[in-house]
Ligand binder design. Structure first.
Ligand SMILES: [Fe+2]
Ligand SMILES: [Fe+2]
Length: 194
């Protein structure tokens, strides 16, 4: 699915059901981090690539809206936000990509790591949309799954437009292998990337 090489074990949904409130808090932080990451790309690359600004600002808006929606679900369940946990998955994926830096454009990897994070979120939200007990959350995750698929395609397109289809696909294949190893190695917990 969306370039991913290994599916998530459906038992992950059991871990989510076991602590849905923690999952929602982690998810809310993921949306904030996605918005911050889009804006950090703007900060770093607006000068060299001004055409990236509009799509990334629009993305940051959308991720911020997602945060607001997840926060609404947390409040509706009587919960509140907590401080963010460190996201081992995203940090490890960035580190796995950075092994080859020196030979490759930094922007290509920044875009492709973002694409893979969106793809994995999409795949996991699909599982939630099919398997969660709560019907309103199933609907919510169905909508978000579609957004994440769109975001994967946005990042892949932004990479292809700058670096060409061949180089982008070749690099994506390498990063997808590392992503699959990483996703399979993390314990199944009640977090988006757990
Ligand atoms: Fe989002
Ligand atoms: Fe997204």
């Amino acid at each position: 699915m969306l370039g991913l090489l290994a599916p998530t074990d459906p038992a992950w949904v059991d871990a989510v059901e076991g602590d849905l409130d923690r999952m929602l808090r982690d998810h809310a932080h993921c949306e904030l981090k996605a918005a911050q990451s889009a804006l950090s790309l703007v900060a770093r690359f607006a000068g060299e690539h001004p055409e990236l600004v509009a799509p990334l600002v629009a993305l940051a808006h959308e991720e911020t809206e997602h945060f607001d929606q997840v926060h609404g679900h947390i409040r509706a369940r009587g919960g509140t936000m907590s401080l963010p946990d460190s996201d081992l998955y995203v940090a490890s994926l960035r580190k796995a990509a950075s092994k080859d830096h020196g030979d490759l454009p930094v922007l290509l990897d920044r875009l492709l790591v973002s694409a893979l994070v969106e793809a994995r979120s999409c795949e996991r939200f699909k599982l939630l949309s099919e398997r969660l007990k709560d019907a309103s959350l199933r609907e919510f995750y169905k909508d978000l799954m579609a957004s994440e698929a769109r975001h994967f395609r946005l990042f892949a397109r932004l990479a292809e437009e700058r670096f060409g289809e061949h180089e982008t696909r070749a690099r994506l294949a390498i990063l997808a292998e590392r992503e699959a190893d990483l996703a399979g190695s993390l314990p199944l917990g009640p977090t988006v990337h757990g």
